[in-house]
Structure formats: C-alpha cells, structure tokens
Design a protein around this ligand. Structure first.
Ligand SMILES: Cc1ncc(COP(=O)(O)O)c(C=O)c1O
Length: 357
C-alpha cells in the first residue's frame, strides 16, 4: 500500500478549540467548512460535539452532511442560502443562517416559513466582499424583527486584515460596526482566528475560529497565543527509493536542481496530486527519520526528492514528515508562497487516519 497518509490528532483539535474559548471568554463556533479545512468535517464535528457551542460551514450541502451524520449542535451557514428554496431545509434541519445581502432579506420576508429561524445579520464593515452596507443595516434589522419569521438575530462582520497586527484596518472596521449597530441590543460576532488571537479588545459574544482549530497560526510573525496551538494534521510518507549521485547531476523534472557535490537523494511517495504544493522550492524543510532535511528539485505529481546526504541512518523505508508537529504547515505555506489554509484544503488522495487521543 502506498505509504502517504494524513494523521489527524483529534485531541489536538479539542485542545485548540478550548484555547479559542479560553482566550476569548466567548462562545465559539468551530469553523469546519471545506471539509474542516481538509481535516474531515464529520470526524472533526464528532470529536468536538460534546463541548462545542456550534459549527460553521459555507453552505447547506456541508450542513446537511453534518446532520446526516447525526450532529445535532447548532450549525451556521456562513453564506446563508444561495437560493430561496433552501429556506425550507434551513427550517427542517434547524440551521442558523447568515443574511449578507438584501435579496436574502427579501426572500425571508416572502417565504412561508413553518418556524422562525436564527439569523446572523452580516455587515460589510470594510472588507467589501459580502455584508449589508452600513446605511442599510439598522433598517434590515428592523425588517427582520417585523417580518415575524426570525427568532433571534446575531450581529456579525468579518475582518479583511486581522492577520496584520500592525495595520489599523481591524480597528477601523470595528468603528464602522459599532456605528452601524448603535442602539441595537443583540449579541455580536466579529472575531475569526487572527482577531481572536491578535485583537483582544475586539468585542465578540461569539467567536468563529477556523485555522487556529487546526493548529496553524494565521500570522507571519511570532504570536504568544498562537505558539500554544497544537498542529492537528501530520502529512507523512516514506522513502521509496535512494540514489547515490556524483556532483553535477540533475534531479527531477526540468533539471531544476543540480547536485553541487556527491549526494544521496531519497525519493518520497508524495506529490502535488496529494496536495503537496508544487511551488515548494529546493530547500523547503522536511523531517526524515527524525531529522530535518530539505526538498531538492521539482515536486512531481506522485513523488518528490529529498536530501539524505548527511543523514546516514535514513534510507529506504524511512518515515518522512512533510508537515505536522515538527515541520509546521505555515512554514511550508511560506516556502510555497501560499497560506496554511490552502495547504490544508488542497489535501487529496491521501487517506486520513484519526487518532482519538
Ligand atoms: C465569516 C467567516 N468567519 C470565520 C472564518 C474563519 O476564519 P479563520 O480560519 O481565519 O479563523 C471564516 C473563514 O474564512 C469566515 O468566512
């Protein structure tokens, strides 16, 4: 059997969720959209259900997968519904629903709902992606109250640059939010992972941690709270072939790496078809047989090459950690000019093995 696999540490997931609650002192919706950022939404939800205040997903398809697996906790649809006929399912499955646009508000007003729903009313406080315009926010709130189809409203917004700790953007967005919600007595939800970890002064009755649950920092710089996160996913494989090469020999597609000295090269069963980033350059860290080494040459679809020259005890069959507890996914992301979010979401083909802890 091909040795590539992703080990998922559910105890680390629970630790990170508890850290989110402890740091924020708020209720926390575990963001498990996109198959829990590649970690497996159903298994992650099951691991957290006894302690989680609820979950957040991108769309009703993701929510229904959780309900079908028996998850009864609150589930918020972060983009609400895409078509008005989803409202009947939202009622039937007792889902919470973001309203980010006036067309959604109108659809709720018109829909014959058999039961009132919980709405999270989203403000565009400056990100300019989705969310109601500040000028429309109070009127939208009043219309939701008046239509008789809404049991509870939570006021929410989302940050564009909370991961940039020296930017004033988050504070400016909070000011826009505070002005827009003036006089409304409802719970609020603003903080995603970077805001939760980096902006303690931002109000939030409900926090929405995503990336931090999986143990990766959203920041480029060091952060004391982020340092307490535990990586959840370990992507590992094995050395399946070893080459002894003299100096001056090319390695891999495009001959992008030429051995500068006699080298021992290990071939690892892991490639971009598994989600390992093809952009990762020579020098990207790996752990082989417990020791740090580095990638050499281009990443292929199913294989990649690493340097074994100075690790004589490593060879055929040695275990290789591509990211995990020792090699941080955020370091791989930085090397490949992307973010840990994408590194995790890109995982495919590799079987996921769960450790309950
Ligand atoms: C509205 C909303 N809240 C929370 C999150 C979680 O963000 P993070 O993974 O940065 O914690 C997301 C993810 O993109 C989101 O779209």
């Amino acid at each position: 059997m091909r040795p590539a696999r992703a080990l998922i540490d559910l105890q680390a997931l629970r630790h990170n969720y508890q850290l989110a609650r402890e740091v924020s002192g708020a209720r926390a919706l575990a963001v498990i959209k996109a198959d829990a950022y590649g970690h497996g939404a159903v298994r992650c939800a099951m691991a957290l259900e006894s302690e989680a205040d609820g979950f957040a997903v991108a769309c009703i398809e993701e929510a229904l997968e959780l309900r079908a697996a028996g998850i009864r906790a609150p589930v918020l649809l972060l983009e609400g519904f895409f078509e008005a006929d989803e409202l009947a399912l939202i009622v039937e499955h007792d889902l919470w629903c973001v309203v980010h646009s006036l067309w959604q508000l109108e659809a709720i007003e018109k829909a014959p709902l058999s039961k009132p729903i919980t709405v999270w009313l989203k403000l565009d406080s400056g990100m300019h992606r989705v969310g109601l315009h500040p000028a429309d926010y109070q009127a939208a709130y009043q219309r939701l109250l008046a239509c008789g189809k809404v049991a509870k409203i939570v006021l929410m917004s989302h940050f564009a640059r909370a991961d940039e700790l020296h930017s004033t953007s988050a504070i400016e967005q909070v000011a826009v939010f505070e002005a827009a919600r003036k006089g409304l007595s409802a719970q609020v939800s603003l903080r995603n992972s970077p805001a939760l970890l980096g902006w303690p002064q931002v109000p939030s009755d409900w926090v929405r941690p995503g990336i931090m649950l999986y143990g990766a920092t959203p920041f480029e710089e060091a952060n004391a709270v982020a340092a307490r996160l535990q990586p959840v996913m370990t992507l590992e494989s094995k050395v399946i072939s070893v080459r002894e090469l003299p100096a001056g020999e090319p390695v891999g597609y495009g001959a992008k790496f030429i051995t500068p000295r006699p080298m021992r090269i290990g071939v690892v069963a892991m490639g971009y078809a598994d989600g390992y980033p093809r952009q990762a350059p020579t020098g990207t860290p790996v752990l082989v047989a417990g020791q740090r080494s580095q990638l050499v040459g281009r990443v292929s679809m199913d294989m990649l090459c690493i340097d074994l020259t100075d690790i004589p005890h490593a060879g055929l069959g040695s275990t290789v950690e591509l990211w995990g507890k020792n090699i941080l996914a955020s370091d791989i992301a930085a090397a490949a000019d992307t973010i840990p979010y994408q590194i995790f979401c890109n995982l495919k083909r590799v079987p996921r093995l769960y450790n309950e802890g």
